[in-house]
Design a protein. Sequence first.
Length: 217
Amino acid sequence: MPYEDVHFQLVDLPAVSPGHPTPWLASALQTADACLLVVDLGDPDCVGEIEMVHDMMRERGVTLAERWETVHAVNEHAADDDPFALSLPTLLLANKADAVADAGAELRTLMDLVGLHYPALAVSAMSGQGLGEIGAWLFEHLGIVRVYTKAPGKPAERSRPYALRRGQTVADVARLVHKDLARSLKHARVWGASGFDGQQVGPSHVLRDRDIIELHG
């Protein structure tokens, strides 16, 4: 899913239900950063289906979390004693919003009935309603930072930024470029919000969105 100059990889999983056992589901989610929980806004049994999904995911050691404030580059484990347990921040997508008279009111009623506090968007896969909001929402709440690299004396490569998370550093970019560069990195020059233009910084310098860096080994 493109958003500006980055892409999100969306993995469409089979429907979670007792009639469709998926024993590999938890392992497929180990590398996920978050969960999009898609429900049918017009389904009268929507509340029961959400509760069923929660139960089945918990059986597999996966918690669909309501909070996004603690999202990091690597998923936090749901329990320290289970290295395979996951806690995935979740955005609820209420689909078929075009088929109800007042999607906003229906969505508020649904959230009240479920008793959960997920962030939620009313969308429609048929008409496209609300789909354009998903990328911007994920970009902000996953804390994505785009960094562009440049060679000395040349313009920055702006077609393919390196995607980091808030709090990551020059050293993290060097590791993404090449593991040998990460070992030999001495300093970098940075242009952008994290420093004045051309400022020389060390490997631990924290980067900001749209920074340009020049790595020196």
